[in-house]
Design a protein around this ligand. Structure first.
Ligand SMILES: *Cc1c(COP(=O)(O)O)cnc(C)c1O
Length: 425
């Protein structure tokens, strides 16, 4: 353990991003220190967010309705402030990304456009054990179109004895069902195992079968480098309160490939904020969509959700995903090695079900602690660790490169070792 401690101190000293830790509020705990490893669930609050929200409150007080045009950041076009940096973050062109609604709502709105089943082609291929909200969305969409989820939803699962899904098995499933297939919808980074899929490969397989490829990047955006336009992804959506630190329930991002964005005939559920900007206030009948992702907006911008996201996007643009990813690979690699070392030292039967290859994961590690119950998690929690427990015995931890340190990882490892020792006896 001594060598791990020395390494952590060394790595922190040489970490070019170490200053960003100061830019966030860490929760107060009873324990001596807080190890915050739940940025995959709710990212910490950047200190710049308070000012960003207060500026809008002040303009609302000072201008009332005139704030739509006279606020420092006019609310009428507020969403436009997020478009460029939001697009950069996921490797999209500027007009391909817009922010609106919540994530699950957006999955439904996107499926209105991109899941238009026929009696012949109606199936959706998705991952087994997708995030429950995505499962409910797919199931209810299928039923809405008059199909039975049992026939229409095809899940690809890990092979027996394995925890993660092989891309080749996804390709086989697409090929096998292609005559009846309408859509491939996939979680870009699986919330449970942390597996980061080969998005380009899945998209290519879908296109080869002549179907649309859509992705949920709730666990991808701000965590792993994305290149959605280059990969020719058709559509995607993500939330901004996990790795993107924009606050509970904050606004969701959507991506629509420009080839679809240009298609004014593409069916959608429309609202006035998606309507042509020149004639929006003429309030005339007949929907004329703005070209690009903006044409999918329904309502005027939720400014109090967007202000934190704008502050956060500025921070991500300043650091850059490349630098974050560089640190993330070393940080998570260190934690992985430490957990396995501690487990071996204490004779604990522990498996990390997240892929070992950094190309196939982001920062999350999912620890399967055989033979341990929730006691293990409770011990960590009592000692200041924020982690996540999934029945029957998986602990998910996400060291986030923007605000977590190598010493955070070291403290986690030390507490885990203590827990193994105490709970065995
Ligand atoms: C977090 C998460 C959600 C949450 O959906 P909301 O609509 O934002 O509540 C949905 N899907 C996935 C894959 C998630 O990780």
């Amino acid at each position: 353990m001594v060598s791990f401690r020395i390494r952590a101190e060394e790595l922190d000293k040489n970490d070019p991003l170490s200053n960003y830790r100061e830019a966030f509020y860490f929760p107060k705990t009873e324990a001596d220190q807080c190890v915050y490893f739940t940025g995959n669930s709710l990212g910490l609050q950047p200190k710049s967010v308070g000012n960003a929200i207060n500026a809008e409150l002040r303009d609302w007080a000072d201008y009332g309705v005139e704030g739509h045009f006279h606020a420092e950041h006019p609310w009428y076009s507020y969403h436009e402030l997020l478009m460029e940096k939001g697009a950069e973050l996921v490797g999209a062109k500027k007009g391909e990304v817009v922010h609106m609604n919540g994530l699950t709502a957006n999955i439904h709105f996107l499926m209105v456009s991109f899941y238009q089943p026929t009696p012949e082609k109606f199936k959706i291929i998705c991952e087994a054990k997708a995030f429950p909200s995505d499962q409910y969305a797919l199931e209810s969409q299928v039923k809405f179109h008059g199909f039975d989820p049992k026939d229409a939803i095809v899940e690809v699962a890990p092979r027996p004895g394995e925890h993660t899904i092989r891309e080749e098995d996804i390709e086989v499933a697409i090929e096998e069902h292609k005559d009846e297939l309408a859509l491939v919808f996939w979680g870009g980074v699986n919330y449970y195992t942390g597996q980061f899929f080969d998005i380009e490969r899945i998209t290519r397989a879908a296109h080869k079968a002549g179907v649309i490829a859509g992705f949920d990047f709730a666990h991808g955006a701000g965590n792993v480098p994305l290149d959605l336009h280059k990969w020719e992804v058709d559509f995607a959506a993500w939330c901004t309160y996990k790795y993107l630190n924009s606050g509970p329930g904050s606004v969701s991002g959507i991506y629509i490939n420009e080839k679809h964005g240009k298609n004014k005939e593409l069916i959608r559920f429309a609202g006035w904020w998606g309507h042509d900007k020149e004639s929006r206030f003429k309030m005339e009948p007949g929907f004329k969509p703005v070209p690009g992702a903006e044409g999918w907006q329904l309502s005027n911008a939720p400014v109090f959700a967007m202000a934190p996201h704008l502050a956060s996007l500025e921070m991500f643009a300043e650091v850059g995903m490349n630098k974050l990813r560089e640190k993330s690979i070393i940080l998570t690699g260190y934690l992985r090695e430490l957990i396995l070392h501690v487990a071996k030292e204490r004779g604990a039967n522990v498996e990390i079900i997240t892929p070992e290859n950094p190309e196939q994961r982001g920062c999350q590690l999912s620890i399967l602690a055989h033979g341990y119950g929730k006691d293990l998690f409770n011990y960590l929690q009592k000692n200041g660790v924020f982690a996540d427990w999934r029945e029957p015995n998986v602990i998910r931890v996400a060291p986030v490169p923007l605000y977590n340190s190598f010493m955070d990882c070291y403290h986690f490892g030390k507490l885990l070792g203590e827990a193994f020792e105490k709970l065995e006896k």
